[in-house]
Every structure is written in C-alpha cells, then in structure tokens.
Ligand binder design. Structure first.
Ligand code: ARG
Length: 461
C-alpha cells in the first residue's frame, strides 16, 4: 500500500473494484500534452523562484520531454493502478530521472494540476471548433453567393409562406454560426485564467509566482481565489452550452436537408460522397450523414446536462465527482468535430434543383401577401382590409383550381374594383422576392449585401 503514491498512511491496498471505479487514465490520458506543458511551466517557475535546483529542473524538463515523445510514439506504459494521467506521468518521470522527479509536485496539488490541464484542453477544443465553424461559414457563404437569386418557398409551420432565395436561407445559418463562434470567443475569454498555484484548495506556503506560470501557459492572469481555482468548471459548462446550441443549429440544417432531399421536395441532391444506398431498394439515396448529425445533437445536449448535474450539489472545494467532468466534454468535442466536418462537406457538395425550387416557390398562393401589399400601396387600403381582399382572391383561385396569377382581371375586379392590370405584376415570384428590399430582407440585392458584409466581418476578425 505504501507503494501507492499517496500510500504513506495506508496499511492495505485498494480493492480491485475500487481501482476500477477510481481510475480515470482510460480517458484522461487525452490530457497528456496539457499535463506535461503544465508541469514544465510549474518546474520552470520553481527553479526561477529558487525552490528547486537548476540541475533538478533540467532533469525534470528533459524527462518530461522524453515522456511526451513516448506517449506520442505509443510506447508509454500507461498503468491503471496509477489512477490518472498526472500520476502516470509523475511515476514514469521517477523511473526515468530518479529522485529529482519527487520535487516537481512541490507547491502543487492534483487539484490545481487537473484544473489547469483541463482548461488548457478546453481552450484547444474551442480553438479547433472555431476553426471548423469558420470552414462551414465559408462553405455556406460560397453557396449563398451562387444562389443569391435562386428562388424557393419560404415556410412557416412548414407550409409555403412567401418566396425567398436559397441564398437568403443559407445566410440565416451563417448568422447562427457567427453567434456560435461569438459564444465560443466569450467562453474562451472567461476561461483564460490560470488556476495553477491554487494548490489543494488554500494556496501554498511556498513563494510561488503565479503570474509567471499563467504567462508561460498563455493565460491572461492567475485566477483570484484558490478555492474557486480548484472548484470551478464553468469553463467546461460554457463550452458545452455553446456546443449544445451549435449542435441544435447543425441539427436544424440537417433536418432541412432531409426534407429537401426527399422525393416529395427534390429541392437539393446530396453528392454520392454524402449519400448511402439501401440494401434492398435500388432507387434509394439516403441522407444518412444529415440524419446522424440530427441524432448526435442528443449526445451533446446530454453532455451539457450530465456535467450540470455533476456540479449542482458539490460543496467547495474539490470533490472526486469532478473527475467525471472530462468524458462529457471529450464526447461533445468529438461529436461536434465530426458533425461540423460532415455538414461542411454536404453543403459544399450539394446540387440545387432550381426548377423544382422555382415551381414550389410559386405554388400554394405564396404571393398573396404581395397583392395585399399592392392594395395598401396603390389604393390606400388599410392592411386588414387588403388582407381580406387577398384572402378572397386566394379562395377564388382555389375553387377554380388555378394560381393567383391565372385569375383574369375581370375576376379580380369582381372582388376589388380598384385592382388594375398593373397589380398582376406583383404576383410573380421574381417580383415578390425582388420587392423585399428592407434591411435583412430576401431581395437578391440585400442578400448580396449581407454576404459582402459577412465576408468583410470575417476578414476583419
Ligand atoms: N483524476 C483526478 C480528476 O480528474 C485528479 C484530481 C485528483 N485529486 C484528488 N484530490 N484526488 O479530478
């Protein structure tokens, strides 16, 4: 038992089942790079402050480099009985360099060590996700530009509502992804403070330099309170929350791809590269990637919930519950990486069926609002009455089995005598879309301006 790193006061070793429930090395080995980097910063600080000899620091830094190389080469002997990544690294360091290894943990606890490692890991995950989202934004912008004039029906209640352009529709997702990136940037800013030096919970009696380790690790400053330093997992929760919201955006676009690729819609087709066939039905082209993006959103939302629930009852400071913070974050980061990449590929590759979209854009009396608006503009009618007139026209067209634009002028005038031949021009999909010139509207000129503005923001950032 005394061979256990913390075994000084123990007579017997842990039960096998205790070792299994306690060990985190199977997953927290993913922190190795951050753990080694944190230890190197701590070691340099200890030497600079005169707390360990320069020669010992040299030995420790060299040993940690070797361990990094061993792990990257796949030759590192991970051991479950050493519980976690921190003790695996430290034990190996002792094997490699002997006595100086025991000096590394001066003025440090695994509590501030793991808090530091995990912050560094989440910071990297945020940077990686931001980069991936930037690629998706790029794909959406390219396709939006290509389809700034491509008309399609806009929906409310999934009922044809008013014509919009496909470019405008895609730009709605550019806005969402932009906010997702903003949330990640906010989270990163709050995350970027160093818990290192909080020690177990109370700080330390040694003359450490927390500003130095913070700087070394790329943090903006040390965290102000040692209890908070080891207890806070807000940074992970914020990452998960931003990730969950982002995954909901991806899921909504995925759902639209599923709808749009159906035989009933045929608005878009996915490339072969992002489609699967059926083992029995030769005609099938299934949008599996979109469906899986939609499904995996459940995991990311679950990961956020899992960690919120782990944290909600914990008294200060560290509790072992907090070891369970990593798997949800790893799963969410992995899931999002995959989902964003798959969505980017689908968006880049998809082909648009302009004819189907245009035909659907005019079906279902989608320009009824335009004739009501005309009555307001040309006849000075109150909108409520104009709405009624347009409703009567729709009813007539429906009974006649024709579109609004197929009604004769006489038929229209029977409902509203003020209607002129000029009014009929507003009934086309193209004129409807072109007329929506208000800020943020679907007029192609507005869509092009929105694309240019988004590109300028990206260049500026
Ligand atoms: N593996 C632990 C974790 O991930 C490291 C911290 C352990 N601290 C402790 N007091 N037992 O949370």
């Amino acid at each position: 038992a005394a061979s256990q790193m913390w075994g000084g006061r123990f007579a017997a070793g842990p039960a096998a089942i205790m070792k299994r429930i306690n060990a985190s090395i199977s997953f927290d080995r993913r922190l190795y790079r951050q753990d080694i980097r944190g230890s190197q910063a701590h070691c340099r600080m200890l030497a600079a402050q005169g707390m360990i000899a320069a020669a010992d620091a040299e030995a420790i830094l060299g040993g940690l480099e070797r361990i990094l190389a061993e792990i990257e080469a796949g030759s590192f002997p991970f051991r479950e009985e050493l519980e976690d990544i921190h003790m695996n690294v430290e034990a190996r360091l002792a094997e490699l360099i002997g006595e100086p290894a025991g000096r590394l943990h001066t003025a440090r606890s695994r509590n501030d060590q793991v808090a530091t490692d995990f912050r560094l890991w989440v910071r990297d995950a945020i940077d990686g996700m931001d980069q991936a989202l930037s690629g998706l934004e790029d794909a959406l912008l390219d396709r939006a530009e290509e389809h700034a004039d491509t008309v399609m029906p806009g929906f409310t209640h999934l009922q044809a509502a008013q014509p919009v352009t496909f470019g405008h529709h895609l730009m709605a997702y550019v806005e969402m992804i932009g906010r997702d990136r903003g949330r990640l940037a906010d989270a990163r800013r709050r995350l970027n403070e160093s818990p290192l030096g909080s020690a177990a919970l109370a700080g330390t009696s040694f003359p450490i330099d927390r500003a130095a380790t913070a700087r070394d690790l790329g943090f903006d400053r040390p965290m102000r309170n040692s209890l908070d330093g080891v207890s806070d997992r807000d940074f992970a929760l914020e990452f998960l929350a931003a990730g969950a919201i982002c995954s909901v955006h991806l899921s909504r676009l995925a759902e639209e791809l599923v709808i749009w690729t159906s035989a009933q819609f045929r608005f878009v087709a996915l490339s072969d590269a992002f489609t699967t066939g059926s083992s029995i039905m030769p005609q099938k082209r299934n949008p599996d990637a979109a469906e899986l993006i939609r499904a995996k959103t459940g995991r990311v939302i679950g990961d956020l919930n899992a960690l919120l629930i782990v944290m909600k009852g914990l008294p200060l400071a560290y509790s072992k519950d907090m070891q369970d913070d990593k798997e949800p974050v790893f799963e969410a980061a992995d899931t999002l990486e995959l989902a964003i990449a798959a969505m980017t590929g689908m968006v880049r590759d998809l082909t648009v069926n302009r004819e189907r979209m245009a035909a659907a854009a005019g079906a279902g009396f989608t320009t009824a609002t335009d004739i009501a608006d005309w009555c307001v503009r040309a006849l000075g009618m109150p909108f409520r009455r104009a709405h009624h007139v347009a409703g009567s026209l729709v009813k007539l067209a429906e009974t006649e089995g024709v579109g609004l634009e197929d009604l004769t002028l006489a038929q229209m005038q029977a409902i509203e005598p003020g209607i002129t031949a000029e009014a009929r021009a507003v009934l086309t999909v193209a004129s409807s879309v072109a007329s929506r010139t208000s800020l943020g509207g679907t007029a192609p000129a507005q869509v092009r301006a929105a694309i240019a503005a988004a590109r300028a923001r990206r260049a500026g950032a």
